[in-house]
Design a protein around this ligand. Structure first.
Ligand code: GCB
Length: 855
């Protein structure tokens, strides 16, 4: 049965029991919002952040205070009740005032908090609510720094909760959650322990507890008197229906507080839970309900294009449905607890979860920092306790990375840093186990031995490695070696890969992928290799790709600035090729997909073949070309590769494997004919790159560069390379364009670019950028000639088109500034061909792209 249908039945089954003895309602709409010291207010709805736009403009975003105001009418009839405000989260320091009275303060941006406001309210009249939220950097609040945006605001729901004077506890770290523990589960029985606190000033109460099994049948019932204070009930379920990714069956528990004198229910608590058991074996991997299960999935950040972190529940749901749909069984909510809805969804869908608190990159050696980190872990565990999906409580990510990458750090300072981090890890481990012995503790490390030598890696139950071989460090194949070494050295330590994967950009397409080219093809190649290397190692618990979706990170300058592009899907959740690859690799329903959604137009040379990759979960794929010709290929690692001899023009290819079918139209152009057909459209060249670049706005394709051997191409020079083994070009924000990759790749030291065009009038547009960050425009004339020699960026060159000098001493830095997109168009009348010559005066010549149009 589909989960939705099944839930509906469950809901109908338990519907009558959900009496509204506790009023819970959102208070999200129409708050008056004021940012920083500004006097102006605007009306906003919660979820809200003030950084949805500015985090994507110049690498800086507002970090400070925002104030939310609202008048709320409180009815007279509530005066005998208790009233609470619950915040699912606000980033990151929050103060709540009711009628100018401070009712509570919360530290931390990713967990919920509840304040009782009864005493501050005026009943039967309007009440002024003011919420001050501050996302300024604080040395005492994790995270100190990280590769994602700390968007400020009340970005999750606000609820108002009204109960009787006696009620289940709402205030406190659990934010109203009562714990359902399953300390013992096997095929025959599950022990269920229900724990909570009752606030009971004056009534004579009893507790009525019911448990429904996944089919809606009551399997346990209990009535007992309760007093104020701690509550603990121990129950047993026979033949429990086990929760698993294939069959995520959930039990429901409802606890009612009943006034014995009147028989009325005065407060209720409802939660689902699940019965399952698991372990992490350092030799044999992860086991769920006694069976081995390789954990394969992704990490997920909570932001979305144009919304920052203020996303509705529907987007959370869609994300996890997509993750489930691609066949994953595992998710890491990196790097912080996510919306409560997320864990409900993972329970329902059957995704195993690693959830963690945001202690990232660095630790402050203060009591306050340590305590805040511990409180976050307490809140996370107590609030999310009942979710059967959660199997790991995480508490640190790459905690030594700042230390490793800080140059000139004194030995003493390093030792102190290690000491405070290890101490904090020990405290977090102790706190985690104090609250929950049934789950595994975990931390994520970057590829450095310092975690082993410092002893920190021995603290949690499980170690996650964030490994970027083939990206930050060379060689995809080094992954397996690294893992084997670790496993051999630490045979008692269960390990998994908590992050891996390169950045990619759907605008960059090639059949010849290289590290750092940001192509979808390189991303695919790298994920295939990682999957192979992990799946063949039994001791590996599993792996989580970095990241499910592209996400905002204001400090990043990749091929799309301010965005981390390692997503399997884009920031707007449009899948990249690799997403479909996972689907082929991990799902069982017949599936076939022709890769290259963004590569439907191919520019090839006449004598070469069109390469197609087809993803499939069967052994063989048949390809039908233009309805008649058929080809067949074996599937290896869920990919069937085809090399097709296709004529110029449009072709329809259909891939068939078993019951699954997929069509794609492929348009082929021969490069040799482009100049001949230039009347039909411009020739666009992505100079300095082996990839085609697709302009998302116009659909134009800037084809990969080529050397001249007749027809068109460059003469002389080298591909511009900022650092060896890395990006061919410069990964930096280029001002004045959103076609960054076009300007980021260049040819340096080029002598000329030639086109054997027929006679006529043409427009030649040349694209440039000065990549040298050191080439300052201000002090350029103050440098001595020696300095000029050493400053590679200080270049000046002439440009001649068919012998006519069109630029004299072109100095990009001086005339336009560095990292600025520059486009200059020239009109040319020719009788025979176009030759663009570049003559250096100082430094090396450089160019990023050419557009050639016939007029
Ligand atoms: C990491 C971090 C993660 C980054 C990622 C990256 O190791 O844990 O927060 O976003 O690398 O893309 O560099």
């Amino acid at each position: 049965m589909k989960p939705i249908k099944y839930l509906l039945i469950l809901f109908l089954a338990i519907g009558p029991y959900l009496h509204a003895q506790r009023l819970v309602k959102t208070v999200n709409s129409a708050w008056e919002f004021q940012l920083g010291n500004s006097n102006s207010r605007k009306t906003v709805n919660i979820p809200h952040t003030w950084n949805a736009e500015d985090a994507f403009t110049d690498g800086q975003y507002f970090r400070g205070k925002g104030i939310y105001h609202k008048e709320i009418f409180i009815p007279e009839s509530w005066s005998e009740q208790a009233v609470f405000l619950k915040f699912e989260a606000a980033n990151q320091l929050t103060k709540v005032f009711v009628n100018d009275k401070l009712v509570g303060e919360h530290i931390g941006g990713y967990t919920a908090f509840v304040f009782e406001v009864t005493e501050a309210l005026n009943f039967g009249s309007a009440n002024e609510i003011r919420i001050e939220v501050d996302n300024s950097h604080s040395a005492d609040i994790p995270p100190l720094e990280a590769d994602f945006n700390f968007y400020g605001g009340i970005y999750r729901d606000i609820e108002m909760i009204v109960t009787g004077k006696s009620h289940f506890q709402l205030e406190g770290e659990a934010a109203g959650n009562l714990l359902i523990k399953t300390p013992e589960v096997n095929e025959n029985m599950a022990r269920v322990v229900f724990e909570g606190k009752v606030v009971n000033p004056n009534e004579n109460l009893k507790l009525q507890l019911k448990i429904w099994d996944p089919s809606g049948k009551i399997v346990s019932e209990l009535n007992q008197p309760v007093n104020t204070g701690d509550l603990s009930v121990d129950l047993t379920i026979d033949d429990p229906k086990l929760w698993s990714p294939e069959n995520p069956q959930l039990y429901s528990l409802q606890a009612d507080l009943i006034d014995i004198r009147t028989g009325k229910t005065i407060d209720s608590f409802f939660s689902k839970f699940g019965c399952r058991w698991f372990k992490a074996d350092p030799e044999k991997g992860f086991f769920l309900n006694g069976k081995p299960l390789k954990l394969i999935g992704a990490n997920r950040h909570q932001d979305f294009q144009n919304m920052g972190n203020a996303v509705p529940n529907s987007i959370h749901r869609k994300d996890y449905e997509m993750i489930k749909d691609m066949g994953a069984n595992f998710i890491r909510t990196a790097h912080y607890p996510q919306d409560p809805e997320v864990y409900r969804i993972c329970d329902e869908l059957g995704l195993l979860v690693w959830t963690e608190v945001p202690v990232i990159n660095d630790v402050t050696d203060t009591e306050a920092y340590h305590q805040n980190a511990i409180n976050m872990q307490r809140e996370q565990i107590l609030q999310l306790y009942n979710h059967p999906s959660i199997v790991y409580w995480g508490y640190m990510n790459e905690i030594f990375i700042r230390l490793v990458f800080t140059r000139d750090m004194q030995e003493e300072a390093k030792t102190a840093k290690i000491k405070t981090s290890v101490e904090l890890a020990k405290k977090l481990e102790a706190e985690t186990k104090k609250l929950d012995t049934s789950r595994l503790s975990v931390m994520a490390l970057h590829g450095s031995d310092i975690y082993n030598t410092s002893g920190i890696a021995d603290i949690p139950d499980v170690i996650g490695w964030n490994l970027y071989f083939g990206w930050y460090s060379p060689g995809l194949e080094n992954l397996g070696k690294f893992l084997d070494e670790q496993h051999k050295k630490y045979p008692e330590r269960p390990i998994l890969i908590s992050e891996y994967g390169p950045g990619s950009d759907s605008r960059i397409q090639t059949n010849d992928p290289k590290p750092w080219d940001y192509s979808e093809a390189y991303q695919l190649k790298s994920h295939v290799s990682y999957l192979n290397q992990v799946i063949e190692r039994d001791y590996m618990l599993g792996m989580a790709a970095w990241n499910f979706a592209d996400f905002g990170s204001s400090g990043r300058q990749d091929s799309r600035p301010f965005i981390n592009q390692k997503g399997l899907v884009n920031f707007d959740r449009e899948p990249k090729d690799v997403y479909y690859y996972y689907k082929a690799r991990l799902t069982k329903e017949p599936f076939v997909y022709i890769a290259g959604k963004n590569q439907e137009t191919r520019y090839i040379s006449k004598d070469s073949l069109v390469k197609l990759k087809v993803f499939s979960n069967s052994d063989q794929v048949q390809l039908e070309i233009d309805g008649s010709e058929k080809k067949e290929a074996q599937v290896k690692d869920n990919i069937a590769e085809f090399s097709l001899e296709l004529s110029e023009g449009e072709h329809r290819v259909t891939a068939i494997s078993g019951k699954a079918k997929y069509h794609r139209n492929i348009k082929v152009f021969f490069k040799e004919n482009l100049l001949e057909n230039i009347e039909n459209g411009p020739l666009l060249i992505n100079i300095g790159s082996h990839s085609d670049f697709i302009d998302e706005e116009t659909g134009e394709i800037w084809i990969s560069d080529q050397g001249f051997s007749g027809d068109f191409g460059y003469v002389g020079g080298d591909t511009y390379q900022k650092s060896k083994d890395k990006f061919q070009g410069i990964a930096a924000n280029i001002k004045g364009t959103d076609r960054e990759p076009l300007f980021q790749t260049m040819r340096e030291g080029i002598d000329s670019y030639k086109f054997e065009v027929p006679e006529g009038k043409y427009r030649v547009s040349l694209l440039f950028t000065e990549p040298n960050r050191g080439a300052s425009t201000q002090n350029i004339y103050n440098l001595t000639s020696d300095e000029i020699q050493s400053e590679k960026g200080l270049r000046e060159f002439d440009i001649l088109i068919n012998g006519n000098k069109v630029e004299k001493n072109l100095n990009l830095a001086r005339e336009y500034g560095i990292l600025q997109a520059v486009e200059i168009s020239y009109e040319v009348i020719t009788e025979d061909g176009i030759n663009i010559e570049f003559k250096p005066e100082k430094g090396k010549t450089i160019i990023s792209g050419i557009r050639l149009e016939k007029l």
